[in-house]
Design a binder for this molecule. Structure first.
Ligand code: ZN
Ligand code: ZN
Length: 115
């Protein structure tokens, strides 16, 4: 895919949390936003690595951070960071959402469960 297909600035985030974790009852450390379609998934340190899985399944290999204060893009295909345009807000998950999240689903020994 060309970069213009991998980054669609008009695609809005799918929601405040990882789509896959919310569906399965899981939890995440940090969140990533698919730059092509807005799918919110969890990072490579999270137990389920849903952002990477979404990239593998769809070919949408570029993600943006969905964490407060972080502005960067990363390409799973090249394993490299890249610059990108400003995306549609919101640019991060709600500030009252805990890290790791979501509230109530994070096990007490979560640090030992990271990748
Ligand atoms: Zn997830
Ligand atoms: Zn996508």
């Amino acid at each position: 895919m060309t970069e213009s297909m991998l980054i669609d600035p008009s695609a809005r985030p799918s929601g405040p949390g990882c789509v896959g974790c919310l569906a399965s009852g899981g939890w995440w450390l940090h969140l990533r936003r698919c730059a092509a379609c807005g799918h919110v998934g969890c990072c490579n340190s999270s137990p389920s690595q849903h952002a990477r899985r979404h990239a593998a399944e769809t070919g949408h290999t570029v993600v943006a951070s969905f964490e407060p204060g972080e502005i960067w893009f990363y390409d799973f295909d090249t394993d490299g960071f890249l610059d990108g345009p400003e995306l549609e807000p919101p640019h991060h998950h709600p500030l009252d959402q805990p890290v790791p999240g979501p509230a109530g689903r994070v096990p007490s020994d979560w640090i030992r469960r990271l990748h």
